[in-house]
Design a protein around this ligand. Sequence first.
Ligand code: GLA
Length: 427
Amino acid sequence: MKLKSRVLQQGFLLALRFVSLVLWSFPGARALDNGLAMTPTMGWLHWERFMCNLDCQEEPDSCISEKLFMQMAELMESEGWKDVGYEYLCIDDCWMAPERDSNGRLQADPKRFPSGIRGLADYVHSKGLKLGIYADVGNKTCAGFPGSFGHYDIDAKTFADWGVDLLKFDGCYCDSVEHLEKGYKRMSLALNRTGRSIVYSCEWPLYMWPFRKPNYTEIRQYCNHWRNFEDVYDSWQSVKSILAWTSSNQKRIVDVAGPGGWNDPDMLVIGNFGLSWDQQVTQMALWAIMAAPLLMSNDLRHISPQAKALLQDKDVIAINQDPLGKQGYRLRKEDNIEVWERPLSDLAWAVAMVNLQEIGGPRFHTISIASLGQGLACIPDCMITQLLPEKKKLGFYQWTSDLKTKINPTGTVLLRLAATTTLKSLL
Ligand code: GLA
């Protein structure tokens, strides 16, 4: 009798898990149909680290010039970045000459980019990488260079002619919300008409929020990723505020993400100056949970081995790039500890526990396995591996088990829960 009820109970749990799987595999809203960004974009973007440094006389190594991008391209190829998936080398604001050319085309500053963007694109492609560029939907870029308003077609064509593979399209200097919305849509269509595969990275919702709630279903039909919130800075305050915004808006933004279209919480600042080791771990873990584009903004010429290993951690990258393409969410916050989770392919789950208490030492936190994955993450059992702060196999857990972890202040413990063969064999 006892055995029978156990078998029944297990059967019931497995059925539940099966139903959840069917539900999880429904696609989100329709994505921009350009076949790109089926997993979050990975690469490097100059803004947070190098900003708008135009002074190549005084600071030749950190001004925005083709030399900087060529050096980064070289390192992306030779230092293992490309091998783990960082593919797009992206230029942000401040690459342009102050005026368009006589044919109305954008042009790169001739002193800082003597080979032109075409020459730089050829170089980047020769390294097996892709090139990203930046423009703005309004009358000027945020730093005051020529905007694309009234020039969407010609700019899209110029970028395609140069061999550009990604466009970050900013939203400064727009006259109205209508201008903003129409501009983002028109540029998407213009890029499409070029026939070149160009990832389209938008800031549409960020600029929309002050006026009205963005229509994410629509945004997803035009953009491959979209910024929702303020620019990331090299500080814990900034990373923390991005996480807080994301969790408080998760009902609105999580379900809309999926292959082809992603929420973009902005660049990874790992390897710079402002984050402690634990805070860097938190950014990496949570950007994986959030299915965020992984665009590093750091100096690959000067990066510590520890930061490099974190950014190149294949297991964490695999969570970010999981083909199921479901964004994770905050499950709960209790006593300054947040638990986040993300469903993965192959019946697995990623779970992150963040200690937001900025006083005291490491804290112990116990979670009941049954509370994860809407009760279905570990049915009837699973293998748990801790991926961060360091990798270790924690072993075999049952649905009824508890798991005790120790989390440093502002740090995160990232776990991967893998389904065991018991469940897999039933599917
Ligand atoms: C805005 C964007 C940033 C960056 C700068 C460049 O602030 O949000 O990511 O592109 O403009 O001026």
